[in-house]
Design a protein around this ligand. Structure first.
Ligand code: DGL
Length: 254
């Protein structure tokens, strides 16, 4: 097994950095290749066929680049393409993020819960079976159409307006908030400002633990020192800059 191979990780944009930062805490010595598909985002309103086709292209590229494992750091892409990719590339290990609703079931089952995710995730079969399995009968589903795009563009004013319009009505009504899109942890503070004291649930830390277990079990951990490589489908320098800024500030905040 190629231990020095990279861990490929992708999202429709820079949102997946919220997954990578959790992974790096546990696996600082791996080589990472992050792919941001800014050319085709948002994924949230795309059809299953479109998402599968886009993911397929990215996976082909990551395989060519000698990736030993691929992390889908996008809830929408995981919901709509993870199974398809596993069947198409049986030799590759795929790990996909999903909204942390099982965590709510495990730790805060009795509390009212708001799940924020893209429309694509909420409409998907995968998400619907998750909801059925862990339903606490006090859960509100909120498809946040357009929100990931505003976060991608770092448009603070529009983000605040959007949240005010779309989540204010849950203030005092919910105690748990599931951040079901990898872009949303980037605006956790802004969400908190509106909802007050709530518990946030994000699938990234558990994904990182799962990834580490797999690499250990399969004896695939990198021996040397690792690097982080960033690619954007439009080659946008502003995306690279923001990606590394977020990573750096998360690491120094530790
Ligand atoms: N970050 C992605 C997710 O976790 C999707 C954002 C988009 O709509 O492109 O669902």
């Amino acid at each position: 097994m190629n231990k020095n191979g990279k861990i490929g990780i992708f999202d429709s944009g820079i949102g997946g950095v919220t997954v990578l930062r959790e992974i790096i805490k546990l696996l600082p010595n791996e080589n990472y290749l992050y792919y941001s598909d800014s050319k085709n985002n948002p994924y949230g309103d795309r059809t299953v066929e479109q998402i599968r086709q886009l993911c397929d292209q990215i996976v082909k590229y990551l395989i060519q680049e000698n990736c030993k494992l691929i992390v889908i750091a996008c809830n929408t892409a995981s919901a709509k393409a993870l199974q398809y990719l596993r069947e198409k590339y049986p030799f590759m290990i795929f790990i996909g993020i999903e909204p942390a609703y099982k965590m709510v079931y495990d730790y805060a089952y009795d509390k009212p819960t708001l799940i924020m995710a893209t429309k694509g995730t909420i409409d998907s079969e995968k998400f619907n079976s998750l909801i059925k399995k862990y339903d606490n009968h006090k859960t509100y589903l909120l498809p946040c159409t357009g929100l990931a795009e505003k976060i991608e563009q770092a448009n603070q004013k529009e983000i605040k307006e959007y949240l005010k319009e779309n989540i204010s009505m849950y203030q005092g009504k919910v105690k748990n908030v599931v951040l079901g899109c990898t872009h949303y942890p980037l605006i956790q503070e802004e969400i908190q400002e509106i909802l007050g004291k709530v518990e946030f649930f994000n699938g990234a830390p558990n994904l990182a633990k799962h990834l580490k277990n797999i690499l250990e079990e399969k004896n695939m951990l990198n021996n040397g020192k690792g690097q982080i490589q960033f690619e954007d489908s439009q080659g946008l320098e502003c995306k690279r800059k923001r990606f590394f800024e977020i990573l750096k500030s998360s690491i120094s905040a530790e």
